[in-house]
Design a protein around this ligand. Structure first.
Ligand code: 13P
Ligand code: SF4
Length: 322
C-alpha cells in the first residue's frame, strides 16, 4: 500500500508539473481511475470530446490504444501517450481497413457506420463513426433502410432490434461482454434477489452484450449512460441494489462513488487489455516526460493521411452527437 501511495504521489506531482491531461476510461481499476480528475473520466465518447478541446501539451490516455488514436486524430498537435501500446481489443484487432473495403465493394452505396472500437485505418475507410453512447441516435439519422455497422456483431444485432433497420452484421465480438448469457442473468436475478420490475433493484447491461441479455436487462447503454442512470436513481433515493453486466472495474468504480448501493458483479469478467494499464507503467511515462527522454515506447503516431481521412467520420459523429 505504501509503494502504491508513493507512486500515486509521484504521478500526481509530475502530472501537475508538466500540465498533463490524464484521461481515464470507466474500465480502469479504481487506483488508476482516481488519477484522472472527474472531468477527465468517462466513456469513449466523452473522452474523445474532452481530447478534442484540450490545450495541454501531453495527453496520457488510460485506456486501450484505439481510444488514444481517436484523441490523436482529433488533436494531432498534442503528444498522446498510452501506458501499453500492445494492449488490444477483440473488436478492433479482428476487423481492419481491408475488411471495410471488401464490404463496401459488396454493398456499394450502403453507408458504413464504424464503431469507435476500431483502428484509425479502418475508420478512414468508413462514412461515420459512433460509440455505444450515440450508435442508436446516429443509425436513426442515416439515410435509407440499410446500414453497414462494423465491427461488433452483437451490437449490430441489438441495433437492428431497436431500430428495425436492416443491418449487415460482419465482424467481431467483444470477448468480455459475450461472456454474459441469458442463463447467467436469470441466475443473477434469483441469487441476488433482483426481480424484474423491482422499483429499487436493477440489472444493467452494456450494448455489447448478447441481444437476449439486453432484453432481460432493466436498463442498457454505454458505460457512462449506465453510470448516469445509477446516479439519477441514487439522487432520487431509488436504488438499493444493482448488478452490472459489463467489465467488472466499471462496477468497482461505481461502488466507490455510490457506497449506499449494494453492487454485485462478476469479478472474473475483466478486460485483459484494459488491465494492461497499471500505476507503474503510468509513472514511467511521466518520468520519461520529466527527463525529456524518448517517448516512442508510449506515443501514438499515425500518418498525416490516416489522420486526415479518419477525422471526417469522427467529426461527423461529434456533430451528430451535440
Ligand atoms: P464505452 O463506449 O461505453 O466507453 O465502451 C467502450 C468499450 O470498450 C466497451 O467495452
Ligand atoms: Fe474491447 Fe471488449 Fe475490452 Fe471493450 S471490453 S476494450 S470492447 S475487448
Amino acid at each position: 500500500i505504501e509503494a502504491h501511495a508513493k507512486t500515486v504521489h509521484k504521478i500526481r506531482t509530475l502530472k501537475q508539473k508538466h500540465n498533463v491531461v490524464m484521461l481515464g476510461h470507466n474500465y480502469m481499476e479504481p487506483l488508476v481511475f482516481g488519477l484522472s480528475e472527474k472531468e477527465e473520466q468517462g466513456d469513449s465518447l466523452g473522452l474523445s470530446m474532452y481530447a478534442s478541446k484540450t490545450e495541454a501539451p501531453y495527453l496520457i490516455f488510460n485506456g486501450v490504444p484505439f481510444m488514444a488514436e481517436t484523441a490523436k486524430i482529433l488533436n494531432p498537435s498534442k503528444t498522446v501517450l498510452v501506458a501499453d501500446k500492445t494492449a488490444g481489443c477483440s473488436l478492433a484487432d479482428n476487423y481492419g481497413a481491408e475488411d471495410v473495403k471488401e464490404l463496401k465493394a459488396l454493398y456499394p452505396g450502403v453507408p458504413v457506420m464504424i464503431y469507435v472500437n476500431s483502428y484509425a485505418d479502418a475508420k478512414a475507410e468508413s462514412d461515420i463513426c459512433c460509440t455505444s453512447a450515440n450508435a442508436a441516435h446516429i443509425a436513426k439519422m442515416m439515410p435509407g433502410d440499410t446500414i453497414i455497422f462494423v465491427p461488433d456483431i452483437l451490437f449490430a444485432q441489438n441495433l437492428e432490434e431497436e431500430l428495425n433497420k436492416d443491418n449487415t452484421a460482419r465482424g467481431a465480438i467483444c470477448e468480455v461482454h459475450e461472456k454474459f448469457t441469458l442463463d447467467d442473468l436469470l441466475g443473477i436475478r434469483e441469487s441476488f434477489e433482483i426481480p424484474k420490475g423491482h422499483p429499487c433493484r436493477k440489472l444493467y447491461a452494456h450494448w455489447e452484450c448478447r441481444p437476449n441479455v439486453l432484453k432481460e436487462a432493466d436498463f442498457y447503454g454505454s458505460t457512462s449512460q449506465i453510470m448516469k442512470d445509477i446516479a439519477e436513481r441514487v439522487a432520487a433515493n431509488q436504488l438499493e441494489r444493482a448488478f452490472v453486466a459489463s467489465e467488472c472495474e466499471l462496477t468497482s468504480n461505481l461502488a466507490q462513488e455510490f457506497p449506499e448501493v449494494q453492487f454485485w458483479t462478476a469479478c472474473s469478467v475483466r478486460c485483459s487489455h484494459m488491465a494492461q494499464v497499471s500505476l507503474g507503467k503510468i509513472a514511467k511515462i511521466l518520468e520519461a516526460i520529466d527527463q525529456n527522454a524518448d517517448l516512442g515506447e508510449y506515443e501514438i503516431t499515425l500518418s498525416p493521411e490516416v489522420i486526415d481521412k479518419a477525422r471526417t467520420p469522427i467529426e461527423r459523429m461529434l456533430e451528430a452527437s451535440v
